[in-house]
Design a protein around this ligand. Sequence first.
Ligand code: C2E
Ligand code: MG
Ligand code: MG
Ligand code: MG
Length: 292
Amino acid sequence: QAKEQGRNGYRIFDAEHDRRRRNRKESQERLQLALAHNELQLYYQPKVNMRSGQVVGAEALLRWHHPQHGVLAPGAFLADIEDSELDIPLGEWVLRTALAQMQYWRARGLLQGVSVNISAFHLQQPDFAHRMALILQDYPDVPRDMLEIEVLESTALSDLERVISLMRECQALGVRFALDDFGTGYSSLLYLKRLPADKLKIDQSFIRNMHEDTDDLAIVQGIIGLSGAFNRHLVAEGVETEEHGKLLLYLGCEVAQGYGIARPMPADSFFDWVRKWQGNPAWEYAGRQRWS
Ligand code: C2E
Ligand code: MG
Ligand code: MG
Ligand code: MG
């Protein structure tokens, strides 16, 4: 009797598993079409130095103009293609689109670097650095060090040595790396020690409540300390309010990205935004007051 139920249980599980796999397959096919039909677009979110007010770059963030559902953020579709074949053409499309954008901006006097998010699966392809070199060749006017690759801190876990060596190969091409969502992965310290990334991005989950939550505050302070000790650049993500900005400046983190500065926006809007951006005097004042 119990055995019978167990088998039933498995059958239900199998059916559910099957359904999920079919859905996943369908979304992958749908996204492949989206890529072919030009429904994908990169939005750009500025990163600014809060003390000087200078715009120091932009992060490219994927959006899908879905014919039925409107503009979708990655949360709505990326999980379905994670670790699938499609991850690679999609990642390469993102790289090419960002490079083409930088080339276009440069020709118009906007010299901003762009960082792109690359999935763990894509990054760990044996020919990643080789294909990166080929892609870069197609955009000869863009200085290599204007491209930055953001990898999730947890990415490296599956094969640290391999990731280290491919990051070195890419760095030899001039490309830089940032560890994204820093603090949310596993053993940050070993990876921080070993991975040749020159930037850490403090995850927004620690920024959000750092005013009230002393643990979050301690984590933010810890990451700021680590970035100094290991001589890495630092960006805080999810800076939504002036309060966030002021506290970060006080703690020693100058570069920020978040809705409090600007939301991700299409490339043309970014171009206009940079020309109008004046910095936030309140942050600058807080910085001067505390630091000089
Ligand atoms: P991420 O790389 O950590 O990017 C930051 C996310 O936080 C973005 O969400 C951004 O819109 C959002 N954000 C920025 N400032 C604020 C803020 O002040 N408050 C809040 N609540 N959120 C803020 P988005 O665009 O939905 O992207 C989510 C994640 O999807 C990204 O997290 C990244 O991991 C992934 N992703 C985005 N674009 C790509 C891509 O082209 N390729 C790959 N593989 N992954 C991507
Ligand atoms: Mg990112
Ligand atoms: Mg992040
Ligand atoms: Mg994130």
